[in-house]
Design a protein around this ligand. Structure first.
Ligand code: NAD
Length: 261
């Protein structure tokens, strides 16, 4: 018995990082998973590995409404219904607020914030039609506190908590629970772009990341995408049946405070 037997869940940004681990864990727990991303080759490869019985890949740029309609159509065509969504796709850019070009600010809003809105808008009616289910939005540590040089990103992540709360209230009567994960630093290409840079020394980059989070985070290390996937599973399964509208921080204690010694 898996925790998600009989469920059909669409995960955005599932070609790599946290979304990939969510797709893998959900499939292992019995769900049919639709992996959606703009990275077609990587997404297809993960879906293929999981097998056509359990997984499909669909090209979805979450900022484009017509692509949401097509992706949800594919989920229903492949697996009969849709009763879960993980809004995970996101982008991060580092810039001082006063130096941020308007186009960059708007691009981050378009993917992170509008993308999550469109997901809720188009998935919720299908989830209701399926008899209820869950939506998990991916916010961040920076949804709850500030961090220099990520102004646009932090603004979208704060907004995602607002969306989560409103959606939870509006959709509760339709049998849909809506929660948010707020990861601190997680070891994916987003936090460690050197992992994608063929000219970077991977060992050096790994050591720099380890040293930084050893000092910064009470638990002394960066998080693993599998750990965020486990939280998303909790919020997607009946283990969280009485929880809706909440942000869940998963950050190794980073937000708890600083240590002077
Ligand atoms: N890594 C961290 O430390 C961290 C911390 C807090 C929150 N988050 C959030 O977690 C989520 C997953 O990030 P990750 O760490 O796995 O990073 P990642 O960069 O490895 O993965 C993000 C995925 O989203 C996809 N994506 C980007 N733009 C897209 C679009 N327009 N449409 C569809 N897919 C798109 C990317 O192709 C990629 O596969 C993001 O929302 C991110 O903001 C990450």
């Amino acid at each position: 018995m898996g925790k998600l037997d009989g469920r059909v869940v669409l995960v955005t940004g599932a070609a790599r990082g946290q979304g990939e681990q969510e797709a893998r864990l959900f499939a292992a727990e019995g769900a049919k998973v639709v992996l959606a991303d703009v990275l077609d080759d990587q997404g297809e490869a993960v879906a293929k590995e999981l097998g056509a019985e359990s997984a499909r890949f669909v090209h979805l740029d979450v900022s484009r409404e017509e692509e949401w309609v097509a992706a949800i159509g594919l989920a229903k065509q492949a697996f009969g219904h849709l009763d879960g969504l993980v809004n995970n796709a996101g982008i991060l850019r580092f810039n001082e607020l006063v130096a941020t070009p308007l186009a960059e600010f708007q691009q981050i809003i378009q993917v992170n914030q509008v993308g999550a809105f469109l997901g809720i808008k188009h998935a919720a009616p299908e989830i209701e039609a399926a008899g209820g289910g869950t939506i998990v939005n991916t916010a961040s540590y920076t949804a709850l506190t500030g961090m220099a040089y990520v102004g646009a990103y932090a603004a979208t992540k704060h907004a995602i908590l607002g969306l989560t709360r409103v959606a939870a209230v509006e959709l509760a009567a339709k049998g849909i629970r809506v929660n948010a994960v707020c990861p601190g630093a997680v070891d994916t290409p987003m936090t460690n772009p050197a992992a994608l840079d063929p000219t970077a020394d991977p060992e050096e980059a790994k050591e720099a990341v380890a040293e930084l989070y050893k000092r910064l985070v009470p638990l002394g290390r960066i998080g693993r995408p599998e750990e965020v996937a486990a939280l998303a599973l909790f919020l997607t399964s009946d283990d969280s049946a009485y929880i809706t509208g909440q942000p869940f921080v998963i950050d190794g204690g980073w937000l708890a405070g600083v240590s002077l010694f």
